[in-house]
Design a protein around this ligand. Structure first.
Ligand code: PLP
Length: 402
C-alpha cells in the first residue's frame, strides 16, 4: 500500500474555513428557522461589474473564431503583463518579470515548491493559513509539531498584536528565510506604512532572506501615504517577490486570475536567478491562466475597469465601516476596515472559538475565530465585509439591539 505523505498528517485539524462551514451546517440543521448571516469567509458576494464582465464575454467569444482562437498561453498574455506593469508598478517591470496565474493562493503553493524544504520560514502571526500549511506540506516546517504555543518548530512566528501596532519585531528572523508578509493584512486589516516596509526590506537584505509579499488587498488602500506594493521601497527588487490577484478587487474569486512579480535582480545564494527558476517551475507544473479570465483582467485594467474596481472595493469598505460602527457602539476594541475589508476585534480573556460560538448561537452570525490564523490570534474574531449590504445591516442591527 502507498504510505500517506506524513506532512499531510502533520497539518493541524481541518482547514479553518471548511471547519467553520461544518459548524454553520450543524447549527443550521439544529435551527432550521435561523437566518444565518455570513461575515466569516473572504469570498466575494457582489456580481462582476458590466465593463469587466464584457471583457470576460469577449474572451469567450474569441474562442469561437479561428482568427482569434488561442490555446496555452504559458506565462500569460503579453498585453496583460504590460498593463499590470503599467497600472500597478511605478518601477515598470519587464513582461518577463510578471507571471499570470490562476490566483495568488495557487502561486504561494507553487512558490513553496520552488523554495523546497530546506529554507527557514518566518510568518506574521496571525496570518493567512496557506503560508504555514503549505510550508508544512512541503516539509519546511521543522520536525516538531508542538513547538512554541502550538506552532511548528521550523517556523518563526512574528506576533502582530495591539502592543506592536500589528507590525512585528523583525529581529527574530533567521538568516536565509522566506518571509511571508501580507499587507493590507488578512486577518488583522492592518496596512504597513513606508517606514515599516523599509524596515522589512532592510531585515530581508540583512538576513539574506526573500520576502513573499502578498498584496491581494492592495486595491483596498485608501490612505494615499500607504504603499500599495513592496516595490515602492528602494531595493525591494533585490529581495522580494510579490503576489497579487483580481479576486478581491474585480470579484474574480471564482473566475481565477492573479499574478506574481519575480524581479530579474533576485538571486539565490549561489547567484542563480530566481526568475529563471520560477519560469522553469511554472512551465513545468502549471499551464497558464484561463484565456477567458485574462480578457476579463485586461478589461479590469483600463480606465473603465479601474473605475469599476474602485466602485467594488468602495462597496465592501462601506460594509466594513458599518461593521466597525456596530462594534464601536458595543465598545468592542477593533482595528482594520479602513484600508482593508477585514475587521479584527478583540475579546480579552476569552477563547476565539467560544466567542465564535456565542455570535453564532445568539446572533446567528458566522465570523472567523482569530486563533485559526495563528497563536497570536487567540481572543480575536475576524469580521469580513464580504457580504450583501442587507445582511451586513441586519447583522449590525442584531448586534446592537441587545
Ligand atoms: N492572499 C490572501 C491574503 C488572501 O486573503 C486570499 C484569499 O482570501 C488569497 C491570497 C487568495 O487569493 P486568490 O483568490 O487570488 O487565490
Amino acid at each position: 500500500m502507498v504510505k500517506r505523505n506524513r506532512n499531510i498528517g502533520r497539518l493541524k485539524a481541518a482547514y479553518l474555513f471548511p471547519e467553520i462551514a461544518r459548524l454553520r451546517r450543524e447549527f443550521a440543521a439544529q435551527h432550521p428557522d435561523a437566518k444565518i448571516i455570513s461575515m466569516g469567509v473572504g469570498n466575494t458576494t457582489e456580481p462582476i461589474l458590466p465593463h469587466i464582465a464584457a471583457g470576460l464575454t469577449e474572451g469567450a467569444r474569441r474562442l469561437e473564431r479561428a482568427e482569434t482562437y488561442s490555446g496555452y498561453a504559458d506565462e500569460g498574455l503579453a498585453e496583460l503583463r504590460e498593463q499590470i506593469s503599467g497600472v500597478y508598478y511605478k518601477v515598470a517591470f519587464g513582461i518577463d518579470e510578471i507571471f499570470i496565474s490562476d490566483g495568488s493562493k495557487c502561486d504561494i503553493g507553487r512558490l513553496q515548491t520552488l523554495f523546497g524544504p530546506e529554507v527557514n520560514i518566518a510568518v506574521q502571526d496571525p496570518s493567512y493559513p496557506v503560508y504555514v500549511d503549505g510550508s508544512v506540506v512541503i516539509g519546511a516546517a521543522g520536525k516538531d509539531d508542538t513547538a512554541s504555543g502550538g506552532g511548528y518548530s521550523g517556523i518563526r512566528y512574528l506576533p502582530c498584536t495591539p502592543e506592536n501596532n500589528y507590525f512585528p519585531d523583525l529581529s527574530n528572523i533567521e538568516n536565509d528565510s522566506i518571509i511571508y508578509f501580507c499587507s493590507p493584512n488578512n486577518p488583522t486589516g492592518a496596512a504597513a506604512d513606508k517606514r515599516q516596509l523599509s524596515s522589512l526590506v532592510a531585515a530581508a537584505l540583512r538576513t539574506g532572506s526573500i520576502i513573499v509579499y502578498d498584496a491581494a488587498y492592495s486595491d483596498y488602500i485608501r490612505d494615499g501615504a500607504l504603499p500599495k506594493t513592496i516595490y515602492e521601497i528602494p531595493d525591494a527588487d533585490k529581495c522580494a517577490i510579490e503576489v497579487n490577484s483580481f479576486s478581491k478587487s474585480a470579484g474574480f474569486t471564482g473566475v481565477r486570475l492573479g499574478w506574481s512579480v519575480v524581479p530579474k535582480g533576485l538571486r539565490f545564494a549561489g547567484g542563480e536567478s530566481v526568475n529563471a527558476d520560477w519560469s522553469r517551475l511554472t512551465s513545468t507544473i502549471f499551464n497558464g491562466a484561463s484565456n477567458i479570465a485574462q480578457y476579463g483582467g485586461l478589461a479590469a485594467l483600463d480606465g473603465e475597469g479601474q473605475r469599476e474596481i474602485r466602485q467594488m472595493t468602495d462597496f465592501y469598505l462601506e460594509n466594513a465601516s458599518l461593521i466597525r460602527g456596530a462594534l464601536n457602539t458595543l465598545k468592542i476594541d477593533c482595528v482594520g476596515g479602513d484600508n482593508s475589508p477585514y475587521i479584527w476585534a478583540r475579546f480579552p480573556g476569552r477563547a476565539s472559538w467560544e466567542v465564535f460560538a456565542e455570535l453564532l448561537e445568539k446572533y446567528h452570525i458566522v465570523t472567523t475565530p482569530g486563533s485559526g490564523f495563528g497563536p497570536a490570534g487567540e481572543s480575536f474574531i475576524r469580521f469580513s465585509a464580504f457580504s450583501h449590504r442587507a445582511g451586513i445591516e441586519e447583522a449590525c442591527r442584531r448586534l446592537t439591539a441587545r
